[in-house]
Design a protein around this ligand. Structure first.
Ligand SMILES: O=C(O)CCC(=O)C(=O)O
Ligand SMILES: [Fe+2]
Length: 209
């Protein structure tokens, strides 16, 4: 008998009920668990997040050295924890959806990709050094429709998610079998036509805030 590994989110059924929204599961891969979710953010929430972020964007930095790198050509910003009612509400909803307390969440991040921008293949968890409180799961929420390109691509699974305003992709990498975690390698494909806005949130194994 093959025993399936425990997942963080229970994905039985076609929806996840959170404090204030019923989120629809419209696609999934079981191991590693990857879910395509609809009705995560309202259109008004997507627009409000972009408006709040637009003047606070900086060229994205990766890794501990905080060097600007061509691995990631988009720009980004982080909101303060619960910095206003909207952020507070979204953090609570996302925490319910991801089945992890909000105290384990990194700040909500906004990414902006102009035409040609991309985020090359990477793992969201840290692989080097002695990591004590590693990341365990990710939610990438799409704030607009992209005319062409900009998919979230999982090369090892030959699987891509097309950005759709208000929808999201969820994935987790907290398995005992590290080969399952490694399958969550992913990229933000280059935006071919138009621009791309996402809000992403990373959860840690232990309290982070
Ligand atoms: O923009 C995307 O589709 C992927 C973003 C991403 O990989 C992340 O925020 O960790
Ligand atoms: Fe990522």
């Amino acid at each position: 008998m093959i025993i399936k590994e425990q997942t963080i989110v229970d994905s039985l059924g076609n929806k996840i009920i959170t404090t204030d929204k019923e989120i629809r599961i419209v696609g999934r891969i079981d191991e590693p668990l990857i879910m395509i979710l609809e009705n995560v953010l309202s259109f008004a929430e997507c627009e409000a997040l972009i408006d709040l972020a637009i003047d606070r964007l900086q060229r994205a930095k990766i890794g501990k050295s905080h060097l600007v790198s061509d691995i990631r050509t988009n720009s980004s910003m982080f909101f303060e924890e619960s910095e206003n009612d909207l952020i507070h509400k979204i953090e609570a909803r996302v925490s319910g959806l991801m089945n992890i307390p909000v105290s384990h969440a990194e700040p909500l991040q906004i990414l902006h990709y102009k035409t040609g921008d991309q985020y090359q293949s990477h793992f969201d968890y840290f692989t080097s050094g002695n990591v004590i409180n590693n990341r365990i799961s990710t939610l990438v929420m799409y704030l607009n429709d992209v005319e062409e390109g900009g998919e979230t691509h999982f090369p090892s699974l030959h699987f891509s998610v097309t950005p759709k305003k208000g929808s999201a992709v969820y994935f987790e990498y907290f398995y005992n079998d590290i080969r399952l975690n490694a399958l969550t390698l992913h990229a933000g494909n280059p935006v071919v036509v138009g621009e791309k806005w996402v809000a992403s949130l990373w959860m840690r194994k232990q309290r982070y805030r």
